[in-house]
Design a protein around this ligand. Structure first.
Ligand code: SAM
Length: 212
């Protein structure tokens, strides 16, 4: 995703979305119910981009709570404009997924969505892939005993890597499709990236359950 730098974006986020974009997420580790004012199943989207998918999902599932972890403030601002600062079931953490364990206690998260994560095709960069075992270790900790990861990508190389890496590191495959949009698993909720890429070729999908 090509991004134009916006001067003062951090300050603008803090001023315009003080509740939605959580400045002190560590404070809620193990007690996100205090942030949301209720205890509901928690879902996480890592790398939400401009928030199209999460905005649709949180409207479809008002009974659930959602947290987005995204490292780029420019896209966070665009997503936050969709949600609004008083959105009852979304929180946004402006940071990198590497720090997940600072914000989530063990077994706190029901679902993790990885949508069109950067594929990092060069082998030398494989540790940056969001399904590398170093990340999977963090996800396993944060997920509940029945927790799941939902993966979508247009990159065959990332799909192939993820299938092996995840099944070798404590996850089992529950559903898979090499043509997600023509599969029974597709529910019509799409990401911004997916809308562009699905015109060019198939979308790959996997649903994985954690083994605890
Ligand atoms: C290719 S974009 C996909 C955006 C969106 N999921 C979609 O499908 O339209 C990948 C997104 O992941 C974010 N990202 C990449 N690595 C990340 C990390 N380690 N932690 C948090 N966000 C990350 C990027 O900033 C970018 O917004």
């Amino acid at each position: 995703m090509r991004l134009r730098r916006i001067p003062g974006i951090e300050e603008r986020i803090a001023a315009d979305f003080p509740r939605l974009v959580v400045a002190d997420a560590e404070r809620y580790k193990g007690r996100w119910d205090q942030y949301f004012g209720r205890r509901r199943p928690l879902s996480l989207e890592i790398g939400m981009g401009r928030g199209q998918f999460l905005n649709e999902l949180r409207l479809r599932e008002p009974e659930n709570d959602f947290i987005a972890v995204e490292m780029r403030n420019e896209v966070i601002y665009a997503a936050a404009e969709k949600f609004g600062d008083d959105c009852p079931n979304v929180a946004v953490i402006s940071d990198r997924a590497e720090y997940l364990e600072y914000w989530f206690g063990e077994g706190e998260v029901e679902r993790i969505f990885l949508n069109f994560s950067d594929p990092w095709p060069k082998r030398a960069h494989r540790k940056r892939r969001l399904t590398h075992e170093n990340y999977l270790r963090l996800y396993r900790k944060a997920l509940t005993a029945n927790g799941e990861i939902f993966l979508r990508t247009d990159a065959a190389s990332l799909m192939e890597f993820s299938l092996t890496e995840m099944t070798n590191n404590g996850f089992f495959l529950k559903e898979v499709s090499l043509d997600f949009h023509n599969s029974p698993y597709f529910d019509g909720v799409t990401t911004e990236y997916e809308d562009k890429k699905s015109a060019e070729g198939p979308i790959y999908y996997g649903r994985f359950s954690v083994m605890k």
